[in-house]
Design a protein around this ligand. Structure first.
Ligand code: SAM
Length: 330
């Protein structure tokens, strides 16, 4: 692995990149998108080859961990080709976040193509609630997908739940039991004010990680661990299960001081912070230099000076970032 050349002004080393491979999705989750979304025209979207160049450049600068996300990464045509390519870069950790809708067919090919890990979003175990949160999703397809992922031999599968009061907070115990039964880890996420939604009031729906932990604590002892992904997640274990329970708390706990990650949108915008607009246009550099990655690498190194010290999400639901999560790459 090359020496890491990505250190920012605050001494933080960036070794983790999330690459969005599409802004499109077959779901319209109420916290993530508006019902009527307009997606990017094709020429604004990076080609798979361009995404691979970005990935390769980060790896040459010391990146050890890449996550493919979106939108829904599995709706991008030829995604397996990209997975196969990035799978040859010798990453310590190569993961994907997916809504699971296509995993029943894709889990095994993804595993064979070299992907190490999967995070699967699952906000409800009730088919109607699931449909109302995702607007278009079919719960049974996703459950089949989770089983297929388990059978394909992925290590450390994790479920992601965005908890909303009055929506799915009553399902917290059931979701934990489901995860224990399937032997997959589970993380509960506080909804973030990304993109302007009108479907619900984010301030009223916010269910803090402390509240979720209190609910789980009524059924299971939660033992804090020192596991740390450098992000806003804190992990716990239970005495009678191998799974981890995570809490992702962008509102209530700020872990910016150890932030080790950046994101690249499918338009090639390098975002230095989830909760700030600071960015660098990598697509311009990619397309101006089609045969060499040297300028691309320099642009990535220089971008480190733009990484802000921290984000400031307020918990009243006000939108502070106008881009939706499907653009950002969750
Ligand atoms: N389509 C994939 C999926 O459903 O997992 C990947 C993209 S999705 C944007 C990645 C993650 O971001 C999901 O776990 C989703 O629940 C989460 N997410 C989206 N919008 C969010 C928001 N406003 N606040 C918190 N999490 C959000």
């Amino acid at each position: 692995m090359p020496v890491n050349k990505l250190t920012d002004r605050f001494g933080r080393t960036v070794n983790y990149v999330r690459l969005s491979v599409t802004d499109r999705c077959d779901f319209r989750c109420v916290y993530c998108m508006a019902e009527d979304m307009t997606f990017l025209p094709r020429q604004q979207v990076l080609t798979l080859e361009e995404i691979a160049r970005v990935a390769r450049s980060f790896v040459s600068l010391g990146t050890e961990k890449i996550r493919l996300t979106g939108g829904e990464p599995l709706v991008r045509k030829d995604i397996l080709e990209l997975v196969r390519e990035v799978g040859t870069y010798g990453l310590r950790d190569f993961a994907m976040t997916t809504n699971g809708s296509q995993l029943s067919a894709m889990a095994e090919p993804l595993r064979k193509a070299g992907l190490h890990r999967l995070n699967i979003s699952l906000d409800s175990l009730d088919p109607e609630k699931f449909r109302s949160i995702t607007r278009t999703g079919n719960l049974s397809k996703v459950l089949e997908g989770i089983d297929a992922a388990c059978e394909a031999g992925f290590r450390d599968i994790k479920l992601n739940v965005v908890v909303m009061k009055g929506r799915n907070d009553e399902e917290i115990p059931d979701l934990v039991e489901f995860a224990r039964r399937k032997q997959v880890s589970i993380s509960f996420i506080e909804e973030m004010p990304l993109g302007n939604i009108s479907e619900h009031d984010r301030g009223l729906a916010l269910c803090t990680s402390d509240e979720v932990r209190d609910v789980i604590g009524r059924f299971h002892e939660l033992i804090p661990t020192t596991d740390n992904s450098g992000g806003p997640a804190r992990y716990y274990r239970m005495p009678d299960s191998p799974i981890r329970v995570g809490f992702i708390s962008p509102h209530s706990h700020n872990f910016c001081s150890t932030c080790n990650r950046v994101r690249v949108t499918v338009e090639g915008r390098l975002l230095l912070c989830l909760g700030n607009e600071h960015s660098v246009d990598l697509r311009r550099v990619l397309r101006a230099n089609p045969t060499s990655d040297e300028k691309l690498q320099l642009a990535i190194i220089d971008s480190m000076d733009l990484k802000p010290e921290r984000h400031h999400f307020s918990s009243n639901g006000d939108v502070q970032i106008i881009r939706f999560m499907n653009m950002t790459g969750g």
